[in-house]
Design a protein around this ligand. Structure first.
Ligand SMILES: [Zn+2]
Length: 201
C-alpha cells in the first residue's frame, strides 16, 4: 500500500528541543520519509548538551540533516526566530513537525511556540510529535495520524541505542508504545502525530 500522505511532502522541517527527540518521537517516520525521497532537516534547539555527540551517527542511520542552535526556553523568541530564519529558508518546506503544546518539558513547549512564529507568513502543514514519555501523563496525546513504521523499527531502535542518556526502561517503553499504537491500525509498529494543519490544495 502506498503512503499517500508522506509522498505529498518534498521537504520537511523538524523543530526539536534536544538531540534524541527526533529519534524517540518520530525516528521511524523520518527514515520512511527519507526512503521515499523526502528531504528532512532537523533543527535542534538545545545543542549544548553532552548527547549532541551521538547526532552525527544517528542522523546517518535515519538520513536527516541536523542543524544546531544553542538556546533554551528562556531565550527571547524573536532572537531564536531570526536565527532560524537565517539558517533555513522556511518557505522551502511544506511540513513542519514540532512538539505538542501540552508536553511536560519546557524546552519542548518553547519549540511549539517557535513553530507558531515560523508559520506566521506562509502555508505550512503542521504535525505535533508524541515525545515519549513527556506526552503520556496528565493529558492524553490524542493522536489522529498514524504512520506504519514496521519496516523502519530497527533503524529507529539502532539510532536510539546510540544515545547513552536514554535509559533501558525508556528504550523498552518506546518499542512497546509503537507496538501499542500499531495495534489500533492493524500494523505491527506505528508512530503517531497530532495534526494541527493539513492543507489540501
Ligand atoms: Zn527533549
Amino acid at each position: 500500500m502506498r503512503s499517500y500522505i508522506l509522498n505529498h511532502y518534498s521537504k520537511v522541517l523538524i523543530l526539536s528541543a534536544h538531540p534524541d527527540d527526533l529519534e524517540i518521537s518520530c525516528g521511524g517516520t523520518v527514515a520512511k520519509f527519507v526512503d521515499e525521497g523526502t528531504k528532512v532537516d532537523n533543527i535542534i534547539l538545545c545543542s549544548n548538551v553532552n548527547h549532541k555527540k551521538y547526532v552525527a551517527s544517528s542522523s546517518k542511520i535515519l538520513g536527516y540533516n541536523p542543524i544546531y542552535l544553542n538556546h533554551r526556553d528562556e531565550s527571547p523568541t524573536s532572537k531564536v526566530i531570526s536565527e532560524i530564519e537565517k539558517k533555513v529558508d522556511v518557505e522551502s518546506y511544506d511540513l513542519l513537525i514540532t512538539h505538542w503544546i501540552e508536553d511536560w518539558h519546557q524546552d519542548h513547549r518553547f519549540c511549539h511556540e517557535l513553530g507558531n512564529s515560523l508559520r506566521r507568513k506562509q502555508q505550512l502543514d503542521v504535525w505535533y510529535m508524541n515525545a515519549y514519555p513527556y506526552c503520556q501523563k496528565y493529558k492524553s496525546f490524542e493522536a489522529n495520524l498514524f504512520v506504519d513504521i514496521t519496516r523502519y523499527k530497527y533503524k529507529k531502535l539502532d539510532a536510539i541505542s546510540l544515545y547513552d542518556n536514554v535509559p533501558d526502561e525508556y528504550f523498552i517503553g518506546i518499542d512497546s508504545m509503537s507496538r501499542y499504537r500499531g495495534s489500533f491500525v492493524h500494523v505491527k509498529h506505528a508512530e503517531v502525530f497530532k495534526v494541527d494543519t493539513l492543507l489540501y490544495s
